[in-house]
Design a protein around this ligand. Structure first.
Ligand SMILES: Nc1ncnc2c1ncn2[C@@H]1O[C@H](COP(=O)(O)OP(=O)(O)OP(=O)(O)O)[C@@H](O)[C@H]1O
Ligand SMILES: [Mg+2]
Length: 603
């Protein structure tokens, strides 16, 4: 539409130009006609004047009349040639003018002859003979001039009429063009208004759509939050259900066996068998609890520097025994693998869990590959892993050639009690222990797997930069547990645990002095001089185990300290018990474990 409008405006401009041009050319032809008519009448007048001069000379013969007649002749010649130069455009007029030429010449010749005759004193005979011819000539010239004047008038009128018509046409065209321009402008404005309205409607619709999308996304976020809440509740339900189920089984064994033992108290052999069953059940419960604590990242870790390759190499024997002969074990170790800092017992347990999973996935036979690699992670590498700081890590990969895992299984594999194994085969706590332990140790664990192409589990553990002493995966020492009557100050807030601990100490040949809290313990310390060991719980109401130990150390620097705890926790995070600056015995413990620890610290 704007283009059409522009074209119409251009046409209007051209028409306006043509009109003005037409008017200019009309003016020019009017001027030309006027000039021609003036020329014609001046020629007539010059002829008449020459005539008058010539006649006067003939009659009177004065010199001035002769000069006048000659001047009149020159004027006639001039005027005639001027007319010839301006009358080039019109053939009829030009023919008329050309016809006058010979007549004028004939008349001039006659006048010259007459005047010469008069000069010579003649009588004007020639005049008598030629007069009728000259008269006729003058009349013809007059007639011709008259015709030319009339013709020029006619030409002028015809030209004026033609140009008038042209101007009328062009004016009509101009009016049409102006109307078209107005129409185009109207249409353009209308079109623009329609577009503007359409645009406004589109904007309104887009705004409405954006609003709807925002509302929808809010609703979706809310729905997702609800779904997450439901899933969380489901997980918690699954977790508590799992714990309750497993504990019930173990309690059934413990309670049942103890009941049987009590009934067989008179038959020590049978009673002892039932008691070992009960102990075995309790042992399994202990394992379950430690795995749960591992997952909750609340377990009491005793991290130590570990020479990674050597540690794993030591494990290979144990793995061979666990996996059986049908599974090959290969190692691909980084030559100068970095050491790490982690709890060796938990690391061993994690490796065992992974190896057992691999064995279950490989069924009859396959290959388990243990790999180590040094990894320097930069900001970009760790940004998608929550809580993992950039830095140096040692990567331990456990790869198998087993059945692999689907994406759904990978997504849930770390969930506690998630298992695809049949009842009694798996508790679903293996990978949760691995996950909890690795995360609590400041590292990360990922699974890479596809159905049918095996599984690779990668552990990233922080690099240790200090000295490494040979770390032992297990406390293996065992031997004489004789306490020799040494006094042990036992501080424990739970009365049952206190009673058991006191019994165990007595069993080992120590003399226990029991206190329920820090204050009681300090009181006993004032009364008793000879106390070899302070054996205290870490988390207690009132004075904590650490505070008590610090006070006792201040009073009696010789006193040794042994901590015990179910878990380590402070206000916002679990802490490594390595900070305690004294050995720790993890609950639950048996008599042998207590004896070993005491022997170690008293050695
Ligand atoms: N190497 C593997 N190959 C294939 N699937 C695996 C592998 N490791 C774990 N899984 C899958 O992940 C699930 C969870 O493993 P997890 O170790 O936590 O529990 P579990 O092995 O079933 O039981 P538990 O270890 O407590 O005896 C397994 O049931 C199995 O489906
Ligand atoms: Mg497992």
């Amino acid at each position: 539409m704007p283009l059409a409008g522009l074209a119409i405006v251009l046409i209007a401009a051209v028409v306006a130009f043509l009109i003005s041009h037409g008017m200019v050319s009309t003016n020019q032809s009017v001027n030309h006609s006027i000039e021609v008519r003036v020329g014609i009448s001046e020629l007539g007048r010059d002829i008449a004047e020459q005539n008058a001069g010539f006649r006067g000379y003939l009659l009177v013969g004065t010199e001035s009349q002769k000069t006048e007649a000659n001047r009149g002749g020159a004027a006639v010649t001039d005027q005639y040639s001027r007319l010839r130069t301006i009358m080039t455009d019109e053939p009829t007029q030009r023919a008329n003018l050309d016809a006058i030429g010979p007549m004028l010449r004939e008349r001039l010749d006659y006048i010259h002859t007459q005047m010469k005759d008069r000069e010579a004193g003649g009588t004007g005979l020639a005049d008598t003979i030629a007069r009728p011819r000259i008269r006729q000539l003058i009349a013809d010239i007059d007639t011709r001039l008259q015709q030319m004047s009339t013709e020029e008038q006619r030409l002028l009128e015809a030209r004026q009429a033609q140009s008038q018509r042209l101007i009328q046409w062009l004016s009509a065209a101009l009016a049409g063009a102006v109307m078209l321009v107005v129409a185009a402008a109207y249409l353009t404005v209308k079109d623009a208004r329609q577009r503007f309205t359409a645009l406004r409607n589109a904007t309104r619709e887009a705004r409405a759509a954006a609003h709807a999308a925002a509302t929808e996304s809010e609703a979706r976020i809310e729905a997702e939050a609800q779904l997450r809440q439901i899933q969380k509740m489901e997980s918690i339900g699954q977790l508590t259900g799992g714990i309750a189920h497993d504990f019930n089984n173990m309690l059934a064994v413990i309670v049942g066996s103890l009941d049987l033992a009590r009934r067989r108290i008179g038959q020590p052999e049978r009673a002892e068998r039932h008691i070992s069953d009960a102990l075995e059940g309790a042992g399994r419960a202990t394992t379950l609890v430690s795995r749960l604590l591992a997952f909750s990242r609340r377990q009491a870790l005793t991290p130590a520097p570990i020479e990674t390759n050597a540690f794993l190499l030591d494990l290979v024997d144990l793995l061979r025994r666990t996996l059986g002969e049908t599974i090959a074990i290969e190692t691909e170790f980084e030559a100068a693998a970095w050491p790490t800092f982690a709890d060796p017992v938990q690391l061993e347990s994690a490796m065992l869990n992974l190896a057992v999973n691999a064995r279950d996935a490989m069924l009859a036979n396959g290959t388990l590959t243990l790999t180590t690699a040094n990894r320097a992670l930069y900001v970009g590498d760790t940004s998608d892993i929550a809580d993992l700081d950039p830095g140096d890590y040692i990567e331990i990969t456990v790869a198998d050639t087993g059945c692999g895992m689907s994406e759904e299984v990978i997504a849930r594999a770390f969930d506690p009690f998630f298992t695809t194994k049949t009842v009694g085969k798996g508790t679903g706590l293996g990978l949760s222990q691995v996950f909890g332990f690795v995360r609590q140790s400041g590292g990360h664990v990922t699974i890479e797997s596809e159905i049918g192409s095996g599984t690779r589990v990668r552990l990233l553990l922080p690099r240790h930069r200090g000295e490494v002493q040979a770390a032992k995966a297990r406390a293996t020492s065992q031997g004489g547990l004789q306490g020799n009557g040494a006094r042990v100050l036992l501080v424990e807030d739970d009365p049952r645990v206190r009673r058991f601990s006191a019994d165990a100490l007595r069993e080992l040949g120590y003399v226990p002095l029991s206190a329920a809290n820090g204050a009681e313990a300090l009181q006993l310390l004032l009364d008793e001089r000879d106390i070899a060991v302070l054996f205290t719980d870490v988390v207690m109401p009132g004075m904590s185990g650490q505070e008590l130990a610090a006070t006792v150390k201040a009073m009696r620097p010789d006193t040794r300290v042994l901590f015990t705890t179910g878990y380590a926790r402070d206000d916002d995070n679990s802490i490594g018990l390595a900070q305690l600056d004294a050995p720790v015995l993890h609950k639950p413990f048996d008599v042998t474990e207590l004896g070993t620890k005491l022997r170690e610290i008293l050695a």
